[in-house]
Ligand binder design. Structure first.
Ligand SMILES: NC(=O)c1ccc[n+]([C@@H]2O[C@H](COP(=O)([O-])OP(=O)(O)OC[C@H]3O[C@@H](n4cnc5c(N)ncnc54)[C@H](OP(=O)(O)O)[C@@H]3O)[C@@H](O)[C@H]2O)c1
Length: 345
């Protein structure tokens, strides 16, 4: 287990151990990454790259896909002193926007042009498009290609490999939206999951640090669960907020008002969970076995906000499981709550 407080789990792998293969210094959420020397390989091109800097400094960077992540990373890296010299975008408006935001970047239509220009290629296209985008691409020796998917491993880039090139994944646990400055600010203190060749880990840790993030190297095979949790924490929270705001409207609140008053309750609940654990933070009618209250809610939702019923039920079933685990209600009380929830088609 790896733990975000940097401590050890009850067994298994940790991410805060020094990597014996690369000799890179320990990195983990509580330690931060510290400065790492770049692995030698990142600048030791077997087949020299035409634009190789060979200086041992930060590599030249190119971004493929000028969407939310690509643009925010390009701007943030430029501000952090990483030379972003190329971008590929299929859209002329996005190409121009990127160029205006990242001085010194040349803009191309074709990803292959970026590969010809830079030492570090970062793919920021949708997960489903990665295979399609890299299909015609081959790296030069010494080059590195990364993607930013939270789900996929580095190996999805393997068809682009040539002798002496490297692949990896660089996933910031940040919600990147069209609000560029908020997205960039979100990088500060954010966890950034690294994956890929040992020889590029030092460089990726340097990059994470330059962006203000905290690098972690996830245990092998952990990414799908790690990413599903992230999607629940961000997209799931937005879906929950949408349901809360919908119900707030039925009670006469506008969105701003609902976010103000329920947002405060959500923040208090999060603080309680941090202080006392998730199960300890649960309050409300289900913890008391108040079946009549639950039924009244379901009746109200069916009339005023039918689109919210499914989410209320899913959350309530999860709450029943937590309460059951806590042992605070009798089996009969638990059964009555479950039966009330089961009545809804
Ligand atoms: N958004 C987040 O919060 C977040 C957080 C961490 C990681 N990620 C990961 O970062 C990656 C990019 O996500 P995003 O949110 O930035 O997506 P996005 O805003 O939709 O941008 C993706 C960009 O990829 C290009 N693209 C889209 N479809 C393509 C295709 N079929 N072929 C080639 N290029 C295509 C487009 O750029 P052009 O039109 O400019 O070519 C598009 O703007 C994904 O792997 C995602 O999982 C996202």
């Amino acid at each position: 287990m790896w733990r975000a407080d940097g401590g050890r789990g009850s067994g298994g792998e940790t991410v805060d151990e020094p990597d014996p293969g690369t000799g890179t210094r320990p990195f983990g959420p509580s330690h931060g990454v510290g400065r790492h020397r770049h692995g030698d390989q990142i600048h030791a091109h077997l087949e020299p790259h035409p634009h190789s800097r060979g200086s041992g400094s930060t590599p030249s960077v190119g971004i493929v896909g000028a969407g939310a992540v690509g643009t925010a990373l390009g701007v943030a890296m430029g501000r952090a002193g990483w030379p972003v010299t190329a971008v590929a975008s299929r859209d002329s408006g996005r190409r121009e926007r990127f160029r205006s935001l990242v001085p010194g970047a040349r803009a191309f239509f074709e990803p292959a042009a970026v590969v010809d220009e830079v030492e570090l290629v970062i793919l920021t296209v949708p997960d489903d498009a990665i295979q399609f985008v890299i299909e015609p691409l081959r790296l030069y020796g010494g080059q590195t290609m990364l993607h930013t998917s939270g789900l996929l491993g580095a190996e999805v880039l393997s068809t682009a490999l040539s002798a002496g090139s490297h692949i990896g994944a660089f996933h910031p646990l940040v919600s990147f939206t069209s609000d560029l400055e908020r997205s960039i600010a979100g990088l500060k203190g954010a966890t950034i999951a690294l994956e890929g060749d040992d020889s590029i880990m030092g460089m990726l840790a340097d990059l994470a640090e330059a962006l203000g993030g905290v690098a972690v190297r996830l245990p092998r095979g952990a990414k799908p669960a790690y990413h599903a949790a992230a999607v629940l924490a961000s997209g799931g929270l937005v879906a929950l907020l949408d349901a809360v705001v919908t119900l707030g409207a039925a009670a006469g609140l506008d969105e701003r008002g609902a976010l103000t008053i329920y947002g405060r309750l959500m923040e208090q609940t999060l603080a309680n969970a941090r202080a006392n654990g998730v199960a300890g933070a649960l309050t409300g009618p289900i913890t008391r076995g108040d079946v009549d209250t639950v039924e009244a809610h379901l009746d109200t939702l069916a009339r005023l906000a039918p689109g919210v019923v499914e989410m209320y039920l899913a959350a309530a079933r999860r709450e029943v499981a937590i309460v059951d685990e806590r042992g605070a209600l009798s089996p009969e009380q638990i059964e009555r709550v479950r039966a009330a929830l089961a009545k809804v088609p």
